[in-house]
Design a protein around this ligand. Sequence first.
Ligand code: AMP
Length: 467
Amino acid sequence: MTFEALGLHASVLKALTESGYTKPTAVQAQAVPAAIEGRDLMVSSQTGSGKTAAFMLPALHKFASAAGQQPAAAGKTPNQEAQSARSRGDRPRFKAAQPKMLVLTPTRELALQVTNATDKYGSFMKRVKAVSILGGMPYPKQMQLLAKNPEILVATPGRLIDHMESGKIDFSQLEILVLDEADRMLDMGFIDDIEKIVDATPESRQTMLFSATLDGVVGNMAKRITKNPLVIQIAGSATKHENISQRVHFVDDLSHKNRLLDHLLRDVTMDQAVVFTATKRDADTIADRLNIAGFAAAALHGDMHQGARNRTLDGMRRGQVRVLVATDVAARGIDVPAITHVFNYDLPKFPEDYVHRIGRTGRAGRNGVAVSLVNHAEGMNVKRIERFTKQLIPVDIIEGFEPKRTASAARPSKPGGWKPGDNRGNAAKPGQRTFSKPGAPRKEGGSFNKGPRTGDSGNTRRSYGDR
Ligand code: AMP
């Protein structure tokens, strides 16, 4: 399958060649032709599968084709309109932006990434402009962006609602609505905002919903807001992360964990890494400690200003930051191909977050390594992750870093790597994996939380800085 065979507009094809893409990913091959036909889509696919292009390429194709058919009748550009208004002597007045496409994302980082991808895929088109409308960005700056009447808005729900309520955005001309990582938006409590936004868009719109899962609440919402959708389920390596080598190291205490982390970060095969922590404070503390130990480390979390977050991510993309120490929410959607390793310094609160975390590595068909540093008391949490991903995570021991507790007696590292079934079996046997007894004292680290997902520890939804 080639991109040409998908029937994309020449300007989009040119941008894909320029991006070095040679063939569509599985989700693109299925979604693009249907979206070009105008079908609604319900797609289950993970980040890293090429899902952004799966919805953005057909949209850009549509805009490029429409502009090609009626260049003169397409109306004046915002600048031309402003010029003729001035020449008529009209007083400048604010006109609500009337986007043709809206992409809703759970986080600012993902929104910026989608906007950057749009700029890349649309770089050979004349008139398409995409802007991000995000919490944390100054309002005057956003007013300037909206005043340009961009065709494409990429937004987080909270801030978008603010602009809708103050009459800065009018969705009457909207043709395409995309919900990206819809499951995450629902987890983060955006259901009411999403419904309000959907209600403000025309019934005639094309709707494309992307989510890690289409089960439960997200599936119900997807059915409500789409019409006769094509359901696409991308299974296999993208969802199971089969290209990512996963393992668990049991640790006795914090000092053991820190020593092991430092050792693992010195792995010569490591290019860049993300270290996940449960709290913002830990992200700062560990980044500071790693810097003192000689690693080019930086923290990324929701308490940082957007400017600082962007600078850190730029440093990561340019390779100046080698180790990013991040919380779940801040790191969501990060797409840096040189991330070879993900470390769970703390296990995530929810098994779904484990899948999102490890998906920061092994991007675009590469291989990756995901290592979890686990307290003896957290064995059950590893099991929950295994049940969720339907994969066993092998336990590994590194010489010189053996845990003292034999209850979690793990298999020693084996040459040739782990094979399914390697770590099944009775707890007491040497070389096999066990979990500590339920109720064993917990020294530190997270436990699975059954309460509402709040992202950065201790935050409520609004404190993501979405507004
Ligand atoms: P996404 O799932 O949209 O976050 O994309 C993951 C990564 O795959 C991004 O770095 C994209 O630039 C890259 N990508 C998307 N489509 C392709 C393709 N067809 N060929 C190669 N890389 C791609």
